[in-house]
Design a protein around this ligand. Structure first.
Ligand code: SAM
Ligand code: F3S
Length: 443
């Protein structure tokens, strides 16, 4: 049955990746095409996020809106996937009876069958199981639509930080086999991909077997770097607890590794880190940052913070500000703690008033902002190696690409440069991007 699908993505990069796979699965199974607007679609998919309460509530608000479309067109199918689906399951259909299919992050490949079963039976279908790695065996080969591509190398998380729903919604850590990962990267390279981002909730927890021997993430990186057409490698998200010396050594040895690592720290207080069950101290985190920068000079670090975790005192928060000053983060996501049902921290006594939490968030953001701006400003005048991804989103006559330290650069140049690396001189640092001028393009 041909028609159109519309996939709306909420949340993290894993979800963005899964949304692209959902669209491919539907196109492959049913021959449907992407609709530009939900109004034009026969199947609407919400790929949801439940990491914070706000994201979760947004899903129900948006679902309420597509309900009108279903009234006008009863044949319209509405499917809800992702972490809210995984956590709520049947409860979604009870709260929103016009939803036809509920599926989890590990069952997205079954969506066409679930839709068919819904049509045949007239009953809503719910499948939020964790059938391990079956998902990847059943997905169509990904098609590259940009010279920079994402490849998922592991699923789920087994760290069980006390605040986080991900281990419950995405299941335990499962690594994709080495051959599958390398095969997918090589297939993408053959389609013109030059930069790959290896994806996972904890990418550096990847474990596999190479030629019958146990292998870790550092070794996987070496094999990816051996693929000639792959010129730049990124990975996200890594976890400090899995940041081995071998991985740090890989940063010294592999020139293809980008000079940017996203390494969530969450707090600078050891007391809070222990209550979060993060498995490292602030000193250990600083040691990783120092060794990484020694291994790869110029490396920029971005991170995630949670403020207002239950029991966080003024002194704990000051320790976070101290860590910010010591590490010098380039860019960070800072969130106010959001209690998630089913997680241990949701049961912890939380006496900090909301306005104190909001004020801490503001102070933290104020401490973080100047550093990101200073790094951008210091890049003005330098020549950067940029992978040209295509036309700029806002300035149609310009090209756009990313520097090794993950900054977007817009600059003038011929459209034919897309997919190639170029040397670009940085001429101005704006709030969220850089401007530049082409020096020369690579073959
Ligand atoms: N795997 C990553 C790591 O190593 O920390 C994080 C995954 S989580 C989906 C992304 C970020 O959301 C976390 O780093 C954390 O800062 C934030 N987050 C997770 N649970 C949260 C909660 N209950 N309240 C506020 N922020 C939360
Ligand atoms: Fe969540 Fe901690 Fe895993 S933040 S995704 S439980 S590493």
């Amino acid at each position: 049955m041909a028609g159109k699908h519309y996939v709306r993505s909420f949340g993290c990069q894993m979800n963005a990746y899964d949304s692209a796979r959902i669209a491919e699965v539907l196109a492959h199974a049913n021959g449907t095409q992407t609709a530009a607007r939900p109004e034009d679609a026969d199947v609407i998919v919400f790929n949801t996020c439940s990491v914070r309460e706000k994201a979760q509530e947004k899903v129900f608000a948006d679902l309420g809106r597509v309900r009108q479309l279903k009234r006008a067109n009863p044949a319209l199918m509405i499917a809800v996937g992702g972490c809210v689906a995984s956590q709520e399951g049947e409860a979604i259909v009870r709260r929103a009876p016009y939803v036809d299919v509920v599926f989890g992050p590990q069952t997205l490949h079954r969506l066409p069958e679930l839709l068919a079963a819904r049509r045949a039976s007239g009953r809503a279908q719910v499948d939020i199981s964790f059938p391990e790695i079956e998902k990847f065996d059943r997905l169509p080969q990904p098609r590259a639509d940009s010279p920079a591509a994402f490849v998922s190398i592991m699923e789920g998380c087994s760290k069980y930080c006390t605040f986080c729903v991900v281990p419950y919604t995405r299941g335990p850590e499962v690594s994709r086999p080495f051959e599958d990962v390398i095969g997918e990267v090589a297939a993408l390279a053959a389609q013109g991909v030059r930069e790959v981002t290896l994806l996972g909730q904890n990418v550096n927890a990847w474990r596999g077997a190479i030629d019958g021997r146990p292998a870790d993430f550092a070794e996987l990186l070496r094999y990816v770097a051996d693929l000639e057409d792959i010129e730049r490698i990124r990975y996200t998200t890594s976890h400090p607890r899995e940041f081995s010396q071998r991985l740090i050594d890989a940063h010294a040895a592999l020139g293809k590794l980008a000079t940017h690592v996203h390494l969530p720290v969450q707090s600078g207080s050891d007391r809070v880190l222990a209550a979060m069950k993060r498995g490292y101290t602030a000193l250990e985190y600083r040691s990783i940052a120092r060794r990484l920068r020694r291994a790869q000079p110029g490396l920029s670090l971005s991170t995630d913070f949670i403020v207002g975790f239950p029991g966080e005192s003024d002194a704990d928060f000051e320790a976070t500000l101290k860590l910010v000053a010591e590490v010098g983060f380039d860019d960070a996501f800072a969130f106010v703690y959001s209690a998630r049902r089913g997680t241990p921290a949701a049961e912890f006594p939380d006496v900090t008033p909301p306005q104190v939490k909001a004020e801490r968030l503001q102070r933290l953001q104020a401490a973080l902002a100047p550093r990101a701006q200073a790094i951008s400003a210091a890049m003005v005048g330098s020549v950067q190696r940029v992978l040209v991804e295509g036309r700029s989103a806002r300035l149609a006559h310009e090209l756009c690409g990313r520097t090794a330290n993950n900054r977007v650069v817009n600059f003038g140049g011929a459209a034919g440069l897309a997919g190639r690396f170029a040397h670009v001189r940085i001429t101005a640092a704006l709030a969220h991007s850089l401007r530049g001028e082409l020096v020369h393009a690579h073959e």
